[in-house]
Design a protein around this ligand. Structure first.
Ligand code: ADP
Length: 762
């Protein structure tokens, strides 16, 4: 049950008092004037009468203000004649007025109305104070939780109030710090104090709205915290600042994080790898300088865009879909990508794209780190190609050794086998002639293989030179025709040479030996690989360029081998049981020669129909005019008319014997020296010597040294150097030593005679 409202009844006349209390006491608790005044007294309403002359009149004001902020209602009872006076109190201290005589209903209505107002006032006040209290508590909590220290500096006394949080922040209990200003100034870092004091003084002299400061502040432990302070001034009525009020916030962690952030940002910025960060939707929000360098796009050009402008088109949409699905599912994506830069050039990157999560585990961003691997990739590709090449070359070499061994053994077998029969006196002259023929053919074949190997080695060493001279082309081709005619006829192949103007002479200037070699290779291949039909060869003139062709109706070459066959040791036929012989060197030598002479070589071919090889050469080539070796000779023994004394410097007995045989029956008298020293000695004593055939490689003293010495006393004596397969450098060395000419071993009789003849005629 609600408590009864309390009414203080301030009525002096006992009769009136009685009447009123009778009307009210059933419903209200009446407090009599005797109990009043009492500081602790609590009541809800005052009823007073005859206010103008009441002795209680003055206490109304006091009581009203004591009750403040609660509303204390006052009801005045007045006689008719005093109504005006009583009304004068209304709005000041009195809230309601009743003109006597009073009836119970009216009194109750007025009292109830005033009590209701009183009640509302109490409720209002209660809720206000509750909110206020709540706010205060929240403020305290926030200050505590935010770790904010407060200070209040009295500018007149110079004393400072430091809040408990302020003290706690730097490790002190509430009672450990005095209210002196030095508690602050002594703790500011020595490097910061001057700046801080100067800013505070400036502020005091001329305040600005947003005062704040950052400085290092010593903790009880001696370490320094970073403090952020904000403050404002409080002024007195005259507008003079009397207090400065502020806060301390510990920002040490922020500072550390800021420093870390700066470091990381700088590291990202300076990193050579490309980095870009996008928002959740894939729109770029940051790129570093590595990105700009690699892609060519500036930050301004790409911010807000999706990185798909980098797509090169190499990767499919499906590829990018999978990438996006991987990262939006919260996983890292790693792999190689081909991107396109601003200039439209493609480049390869090793990319690592990862999602960034917030504290709740939601994806907020994506970070893409990309490293340029274009060069690396190129190198790896090149390495793979090189490795494959090396492996291929290895296989080829094995195949070559296999072939070459077969190619060398076949003629050698014939030479060794048939030469054994020759010593048999019972051998018929017919067979002897047949065997000798086989031996000669086999030797030629052997020589040609060794010759090819030697040429390849010279080409590979880059020592092969072009030796140009003028010669007549038509007769040269006619000669080749004659050489191959019999061979072709034996195979029932119709060989034809097609000359531009057969009856006229066509002089050209080029390397005759190399041209002959190329044509020989192509013609002999054409005959070798043709079972029936024809082989045609010839040339046409295209401006300054000669285009040669060799056409056959042979087995043909599959298209995929058209480039391959020009590589060393390459043959279409790879089986062990090969039908056609050959070392696989001819075409590679031909190609190298054609290119040395500034031309190119190619072919058209169809399997089982035939092939046509073409090559071009420039026939007026003034470059590389080196000495020329005229190996081809046409001398005969009888042409050496006069008796000639020939000194042969040769350490190998078989070679010397061969020479003796080659020159037997001529007018040449042969003297032998077995080394350089002997050759020099013989020359000093024997004045008959007309010519020397000087081997270069000899024991004790080599041919070059011997020649040099001989030249000192016989400057005019013709000396021909004889060398095994040697390079131009070796030949030049011999010429420099004083030799007049040279001849390469093994040599044919005609070539030797021709050289001797030439020297004797000088
Ligand atoms: P070789 O003839 O000594 O094997 P080449 O280098 O001259 O070496 O030729 C390489 C290969 O090219 C031959 O083994 C052969 O497979 C193919 N070839 C060359 N010329 C012809 C041709 N006229 N017809 C068919 N195949 C040919």
């Amino acid at each position: 049950m609600d408590r009864k409202s309390k009414i203080l009844v301030l009525i002096e006349q006992s009769q009136d008092y009685k009447l009123l209390t009778t009307l009210l006491e059933r419903d209200y608790e009446i407090i009599s004037p005797e109990t009043f005044p009492d500081e602790t007294l609590y009541y809800d309403l005052i009823i007073i009468n005859g206010l103008s002359h009441s002795r209680y009149k003055n206490i109304l004001v006091e009581e009203k203000s004591r009750a403040n902020p609660l509303f204390l209602p006052v009801l005045i009872l007045t006689g008719k004649k005093d109504v005006d006076i009583a009304a004068g109190f209304l709005w000041k201290t009195v809230d309601e007025l009743i003109v006597l005589p009073v009836n119970k209903t009216e009194l109750h209505a007025r009292v109830e109305m005033l009590l209701r107002t009183r009640k509302q006032s109490i409720e209002l006040e209660y809720s206000h104070s509750r909110i206020l209290k709540q706010n205060q508590e929240q403020l305290n909590l926030a200050v505590k939780a935010a770790n904010v220290g407060l200070w209040d500096w009295n500018l007149e006394t110079n004393k400072v109030y430091f809040s408990p949080e302020w003290k706690k922040q730097i490790g002190f209990e509430d009672n450990e710090i005095s209210d002196e200003l030095r508690e602050w100034s002594d703790r500011v870092h020595p490097e910061d104090i001057e700046r801080c004091v100067s800013i505070v003084n400036d502020y005091l002299k001329n305040p600005w709205p947003d005062y704040n400061l950052e400085f290092r502040f010593r903790h009880k432990s001696g370490t320094y915290l970073w403090i952020y302070t904000q403050a404002s001034l409080i002024y007195n009525d005259e507008g003079k600042p009397v207090r400065m009020l502020g806060s301390h916030v510990d920002i040490t962690e922020c500072k550390k994080n800021e420093a870390k952030l700066k470091l990381y940002t700088r590291a990202l910025e300076q990193s050579p790898v490309s980095l870009n960060i996008t928002d959740f939707n894939g729109n770029i929000i940051y790129v570093n300088s590595g990105f700009t360098k690699l892609s060519g796009y500036s930050f301004e050009e790409v911010v807000g865009k999706k990185p798909r402008f980098l797509n090169s088109g190499i990767q499919t949409n499906e590829f990018y879909k999978e990438l996006w699905e991987t990262i939006t599912a919260g996983n890292n994506w790693m792999g190689e990508l081909c991107n396109k830069n601003k200039n439209g050039n493609l480049y390869w990157v090793q990319a690592n794209i990862s999602p960034v999560f917030d504290s709740k585990g939601n994806i907020t961003n994506f970070v893409a780190i990309k490293e340029d691997i274009t060069e690396k990739k190129k190198m790896v590709d090149e390495l793979i190609v090189a490795k494959e090449k090396a492996e291929e070359s290895d296989n080829l070499k094995t195949a070559f050794i296999h072939n070459i061994s077969h190619e060398i053994r076949t003629p050698l077998n014939a030479i060794v086998g048939f030469s054994g029969f020759l010593s048999d006196p019972k051998l018929s002259s017919e067979k002897r002639a047949q065997f000798t023929d086989i031996i000669i053919q086999s030797s030629d074949q052997l020589l040609s293989i060794i010759d090819d190997i030697f040429k390849v080695a010279t080409l590979e060493a880059g020592q092969e030179k072009v030796h140009i001279k003028e010669f007549e082309l038509n007769s040269k081709l006619q000669l080749l025709y004659n050489q191959y005619r019999i061979k072709a006829a034996k195979q029932n192949i119709d060989l034809k040479v097609k000359l531009l103007e057969p009856d006229t002479q066509f002089f050209i200037t080029t390397d005759e030996t190399k041209l002959t070699q190329i044509l020989s290779n192509l013609i002999s291949n054409a005959i070798k690989f043709t079972k029936q039909g024809y082989v045609n060869f010839g040339y046409s003139l295209k401006g300054n360029t000669l285009e040669f062709f060799v056409e056959d109706t042979g087995i043909g070459i599959p298209a995929q081998m058209h480039d391959e066959i020009f590589k060393r040791f390459r043959q279409v036929e790879t089986m062990v049981a090969r039908i056609y012989g050959g070392s696989g060197l001819g075409l590679s030598i031909s190609k190298a020669y054609v290119e040395l002479m500034g031309g190119k070589i190619w072919l058209k071919s169809e399997v089982e129909k035939g092939s046509t090889f073409y090559f071009t050469i420039s026939h007026k080539n003034p470059e590389n005019k080196a000495f020329s070796e005229r190996q081809e000779g046409n001398g005969s023994l009888k042409e050496i008319k006069q008796i000639t004394t020939l000194l042969v410097a040769e350490d190998e007995d078989t070679n010397f014997m061969l020479l003796e045989e080659l020159l037997a029956g001529s007018n040449i008298i042969i003297i032998r020296a077995i080394n350089g020293i002997e050759a020099v000695e013989i020359c000093k004593t024997n004045k008959e010597i007309d010519l020397i055939l000087m081997d270069i490689k000899m024991p004790v003293m080599d041919g070059c040294e011997a020649t040099k010495q001989i030249r000192q006393f016989l400057p005019g004596l013709p000396i021909i150097a004889q060398t095994a397969y040697t390079t131009d450098t070796d030949k030049n060395k011999a010429l420099m030593a004083g030799c007049n000419d040279f001849i390469s071993k093994p040599f044919k009789q005609e070539a030797l005679i021709s050289k001797i003849k030439e020297q004797l005629q000088k």
